[in-house]
Design a protein around this ligand. Structure first.
Ligand code: ADP
Length: 251
């Protein structure tokens, strides 16, 4: 579903992604983790062409996304991207936020778009909030609307860039549950997150990055209990330090 080959990305003279090669199969759930500034967000943003690359290739669902002549807006609208900040239009209701791209970009009839999006809002547990504006919703509810909005375009892949980092702790669970349900339904997903419990429970493979490079790719049990790379061991030790005394089985 996603193929990255020898991808290099520079911000000026800063080498943000270094020779990244990685394949993701249809239906796989990948969690990208690593220290702050390691290039996780840059990597996931290149998959949606929110960032340009300087060399290498990225193919998503059969489309070479850095090909000249690509209709970037159309391509982006086909891939579900959920941001840390929910990026909902404040002057539109939850339902209108979800139907907008369907009616504007896909030219779906308004009633059909409404029906489809009501179903999606129900799926994320928000049918009763369809006519609320973002300011009337909690952070967790806004993020669930953002997920429903991304799903409206029937994306072949969903990309999540720290989807729970802007939420109050008590709202993290409701958003992770929606993402877990999507994973169980077989959606191909890439998720940058610091939620290691979620990663352990839900993903098929963990990708560990540091300094713009992929240093380790492993099944979650292997990654959390026997990380191969010394940098991964240090990363896990650092994030688990506040949970001192909690065994690896409880991550
Ligand atoms: P992560 O998501 O792992 O925290 P990022 O992908 O956001 O890391 O950033 C990787 C590195 O690239 C960081 O050192 C960051 O400062 C740098 N960076 C990110 N975006 C830009 C930008 N637009 N211009 C210059 N440097 C950037």
């Amino acid at each position: 579903m996603i193929h990255l080959k020898n991808v290099d990305k520079w911000y000026g003279d800063f080498h943000a992604l270094s020779d990244v090669t990685f394949d993701i199969a249809k239906g796989e759930v990948i969690v990208i983790c690593g220290p702050s500034g390691s290039g996780k967000s840059t990597l996931i943003r290149t998959l949606n062409r929110l960032e340009e690359i300087q060399s290498g290739s990225i193919v998503v669902d059969g489309q070479d996304i850095h090909e000249k002549g690509l209709d970037v807006n159309l391509f982006r609208s086909r891939i579900g991207f959920v941001f840390q900040q929910f990026n909902l239009f404040p002057h539109l209701t939850a339902l209108q936020n979800c139907t907008l791209a369907l009616t504007r970009l896909k030219h779906v009839a308004k009633n059909d778009a409404r029906e489809r999006c009501m179903g999606l809002l129900e799926r994320v547990g928000l049918a009763d909030k369809a006519h609320s504006f973002p300011a009337q919703l909690s952070g967790g509810q806004q993020q669930r609307v953002a997920i429903a909005r991304a799903l409206a375009m029937s994306p072949p892949v969903m990309l999540f860039d720290e989807p729970t980092s802007a939420l109050d702790p008590e709202m993290v669970g409701e958003v992770l549950q929606v993402i877990k349900d999507l994973a169980q339904d077989g959606m191909t997903m890439v998720c940058v997150t610091h939620e290691m419990g979620f990663a352990r429970e839900v993903c098929d493979r963990v990708v560990f990055m540091d300094k713009g490079m992929i240093l380790d790719v492993a099944a979650p049990d292997d990654f959390f209990c026997h990380p191969d790379h010394p940098r991964a061991r240090k990363f896990l030790a650092d994030i688990l330090a506040p949970m001192a005394g909690v065994s690896c089985d409880l991550i």
